[in-house]
Design a protein around this ligand. Structure first.
Ligand code: ATP
Ligand code: 3PG
Length: 399
């Protein structure tokens, strides 16, 4: 990768300079309390922030959180993240209550060398995500005014052509942060010449988001194991009834076509856990995939599926896993995800976990993070990287 790195910037000297860092602090929040339920993405950016603090930079951090609609929305405030970031850094983080307004201007102006500021959610401003180049440019100008240099450490957002990711680096000397470099280094091993067998496990809920990656991966992988909410559209494509399970009807034909062209590489569940309702205490049973009752919905893969998938994983030398096998947030439907995660850790393979939810599942289930080769902070970003797409955030750093 022909891009400048944080070390290049540090070698130039950053003491007293304002360094604008784009981070991905889009952490999961508890729907009831608003508490941060997994701080993995905050921890992941600490090496970059720590190095800048130590070198005496005035560090201005910016990020998105959730998908607010271009205007302030308190439920998506980065305020709680500023608190947690300060705890992890061991120093207060000066929080600006707007992104490019008076609060941001005075917070940045008051920073002493080695101090850290966090701006309010970038997506409270329509210019951040706008498709209109001029609107994005106007917002990028305002943001770029807060930095003498720019560091992109937001790997989870490099696939977004957004102002803070794509337009700001065109306005400031720019480098890749430690997290972006590490993610690209690891994921490039999977797109290069992975050691075989190369087994990919896909789950989660968004079939339509993941069909392109299945298409792109089929020629490269030796086995593709599909579970999670997305497996029901594939089961339907095989002519099975899926009850009230998650189903993307307009994707059934595409799934059928993929199955026909997969050369037998795709493995689907043989049994699933079906429930009366999408609820933690819903009555549930394990059934064969050809016996899903019309009034029930599948919320996890069953034990036979876990055994079959685990056998395939035990042969693997390279593994990529994205998307939980079931609704792991509810203990009754977490066994499939746990089983597959454990099989991955037991395999004598280089394993990469991609996806905010999958990474959160690893931590929520109390699994040892160090038994995976790499836990990516990118969901969509890691998938698009594996698809071989040009990622706007990376392309902007190359220029
Ligand atoms: N059978 C199922 N029915 C409904 N939802 C499911 C099912 N299995 C898994 N899920 C849900 O899928 C969600 C994760 O899906 P998603 O596609 O977002 O995963 P991800 O790729 O890890 O995350 P991201 O790409 O957003 O970082 C989880 O919240 C989980 O509860
Ligand atoms: O959670 C993610 O995958 C990243 O933070 C990007 O978020 P987005 O899909 O809302 O752009």
């Amino acid at each position: 990768m022909s891009i400048r790195t944080l070390d290049d910037l540090l070698a130039e000297g950053v003491s007293g300079r304002r360094v604008l860092v784009r981070a991905d602090l889009n952490v999961p929040l508890d729907k009831q309390t608003g508490d941060i339920t997994d701080d993995g993405r905050i921890r992941a950016v600490l090496p970059t922030l720590g190095a800048l603090v130590e070198a005496g930079a005035k560090v201005v951090v910016c990020s998105h959180l959730g998908r607010p609609k271009g205007a302030p929305d308190p439920q998506f405030s980065l305020g709680p993240v500023a608190g947690r970031l300060g705890e992890l850094l061991g120093a207060p983080v000066h929080f600006a209550t707007d992104t490019v307004g008076d609060s941001a201007r005075s917070t940045v102006a008051d920073l002493a060398d080695g101090q850290v500021a966090l701006l309010e959610n970038l997506r409270f401003n329509a210019g951040e995500t706008s498709k209109d180049e001029a609107e994005r440019a106007a917002f990028a100008d305002q943001l770029a005014a807060f930095g003498d240099a720019y560091v992109d450490d937001a790997f989870g957002a490099v696939h977004r052509k957004h102002a803070s990711v794509f337009d700001v680096p065109a306005r400031l000397p720019h480098v890749a942060g430690r997290l972006v470099l590490r993610e690209v280094e690891v994921l490039s091993k999977l797109t290069g010449d992975p050691e075989r067998p190369y087994v990919v496990v896909l789950g989660g809920s968004k079939v339509s988001d993941k069909l392109a990656v299945i298409e792109a991966l089929l020629p490269t992988v030796d086995r593709l194991l599909i579970g999670g909410g997305m497996c029901f559209t594939f089961l339907k494509a095989q002519g099975l009834e899926v009850g009230t399970s998650l189903l993307e009807k307009d994707m059934v034909d595409t799934c059928r076509n993929l199955l026909e062209r997969s050369g037998g590489k795709i493995m689907l569940p043989v049994d699933v856990v079906v429930a009366d309702a999408f609820a933690p205490d819903a009555a549930h049973d394990t059934v064969r995939v050809d016996g899903i009752p019309s009034h029930r919905l599948g919320l996890d893969v069953g034990p036979e599926t876990v055994a079959g998938f685990s056998a395939a994983l035990s042969q693997a030398k390279t593994i990529f896993w994205n998307g939980p096998m079931g609704v792991f947030e509810m203990p009754a439907f977490a066994a499939g995800t746990r089983g597959i995660a454990e099989a991955i850790t037991k395999a004598d393979a280089f394993s990469v976990v991609g996806g905010g939810d999958s990474a959160a599942a690893v931590r929520a289930l109390g699994l040892d993070e160090s038994s995976f080769g790499h836990i990516s902070t990118g969901g969509g970003a890691s998938l698009e990287y594996l698809e071989g797409k040009t990622l706007p955030g990376i392309a902007a750093l190359e220029n």
